[in-house]
Design a protein around this ligand. Sequence first.
Ligand code: 13P
Ligand code: SF4
Length: 304
Amino acid sequence: MTQLIQERILRLKQEKNACILAHCYQTHDILEVADYVGDSFGLAQNAFKTDCSTVIMCGVRFMAEMVKILSPEKRVLLPKAEAGCPMAEQLDPEMLRQLQAAYPDYTTVAYINTTAELKTLCDVCVTSSSAVKIIRNMDAEKILFIPDCNLGDYISKQVPEKQFQLIHGGCPTHVRMTRDDVLRARAAHPNALLLVHPECRPQVTEMADFVGSTTEIMHYAENSDAREFIIGTENSIVQHLGISHPEKLFYALSKDCVCHNMKVTTIADVLHCLEGTDGEEILLEESVRLRAKKSIDEMIRLGK
Ligand code: 13P
Ligand code: SF4
């Protein structure tokens, strides 16, 4: 049945001149029908490369907004309206204005996991794979980093020459993993390498063999000579790696590292979205889009 749905999706994609972008945290059946699969930075880079008139963004809302910001002429659809990212909504514009007033000589750097409205107030966006490079490339010495203090802490250790102001925020999925999970997993799999996402707590990243974005973790595991890996990010990565590399063994650092928002979208939702019976078209006020675009353009320029 899944294959039948996938075949209908592939036919409709052609008929409707649509393309599917998917974040790596989507389920495997969705990745199989996607035109591009990647991390947040890869999705931003590919948002305007496609010549399709419709883009279906399988991920969460801020990713669909990012595509619309970069490709306003395209029809951008989010298959499930409720697929949000709780971290992206932790700050509202008024809270950010207050922070900026408290740190007037700081440059605001926003993790891409923020709403379009919040991006209008930021100087530069970063993703987990581009943050270190971008912040090193920036002229500014003082950085107000929002909203993820765990990613902020990780970056500040990689760029010690700059001064960081972090706030209390983060990914509710990645903070579930603890030092005890690492001790347990290491004891159970003594030959495995530990690969984690920088959204994890510092106690976890400090114990890892490799820290990187979702795509970076996948590439590391694929290219490594090691045979066993403990994966400290959303558990779909454990499944994708297990399917593409059955000769290797992948273990979840915690069975609880599941992002329910990323799992809201199913393969049937993608079909309904293409058929026009479900999904939300992303619409942004032009003034919001243009102001938010500046921070994403800066990210792409400094991340090259
Ligand atoms: P990356 O796509 O940069 O790895 O970030 C992971 C994430 O949590 C996306 O919401
Ligand atoms: Fe947001 Fe975390 Fe889910 Fe990514 S994994 S979408 S940051 S809640």
